[in-house]
Each structure stands twice: as C-alpha cells, then as structure tokens.
Design a protein around this ligand. Structure first.
Ligand code: ZN
Length: 138
C-alpha cells in the first residue's frame, strides 16, 4: 500500500522525541526508550523517565514479541478514512520486555483472537517516509 495511502496520517507533535522509533520501524526493528538511571523501559516516548523523572535516556532494541493484553474489533470507525479497513483490530500489546503499546493486529483470524495469545511485530511501510509497527499472531 506504499504510495496509495490515502488516510489522514497523524505526524509526531515533537518529531525529535520519537525519531529513533520511526527510524527503527523503517529498518524493521522495534525500539523503546530506556532510563539509564533506573533501568526502566517505557513506551510511549517521553523526554523524562515516567518512573524517576530522569532525562538520561537511551534507545534499546526489543524483541517485537509480546502477548495480546486487550483488543476490540472495530466495525464502525470513528474516522471515515478507515471505513474500508473494517473490521480491523485495535489492540493493546503486552511486550515481552514490559511496556505495553497500542497497535493493530493484522494477518489474523478475527474469530481466533484470544487475550494472552502470542504476537510478533510486523512493519507496514504505509508511505516511503513512514512505517507503522503492527502485530500478527506468532
Ligand atoms: Zn528512571
């Protein structure tokens, strides 16, 4: 779907804050911020650690493996641009390394979805500039 992506594409409010995440996604890797003061790994990206407020952070690669923490199947999208995608899965993924992230599940049987099922990241290059991290059953 690389060049015909027609949906409204939200852009990062602070591009520098999340740039490593987007660059890694383009390489087919998932990275998270880690606090060098207290070792806390977290997502979404922030300028300070949400546990200890340190600004001494680094980006580390994570496995891309996780489990389905929660999900809903969207039949009536809030934004009309997503109408052609329904039904699609809005999911909260519990990553193996600890953080949770919101994403979509793809390449899955909607009837077979179960909380706690194993998942792995897939990388969807929706435009030449932007790759979205999504998940599929592992
Ligand atoms: Zn910290």
């Amino acid at each position: 779907m690389a060049t015909d992506y027609q949906k409204p594409l939200p852009r990062p409010i602070n591009p520098e804050l999340s740039r490593p995440f987007w660059e890694a996604a383009k390489r087919g890797e998932l990275v998270m911020p880690r606090c060098k003061t207290c070792d806390h790994l977290f997502f979404y990206p922030r300028s300070e650690c949400p546990r200890c407020l340190s600004g001494d952070l680094e980006w580390v690669r994570v496995s891309g493996r996780g489990r389905l923490h929660s999900f809903t199947i969207i039949h009536q999208p809030a934004n009309a641009a997503f109408r052609s995608d329904v039904p699609y899965v809005y999911a909260i993924v519990q990553l193996a390394e600890g953080p949770r992230m919101v994403s979509n599940l793809v390449q899955c049987d909607l009837e077979a979805l179960r909380v706690d099922m194993p998942l792995e990241a897939v990388y969807d290059a929706v435009t030449p500039e932007w790759t979205l991290v999504k998940f599929k059953p592992a």
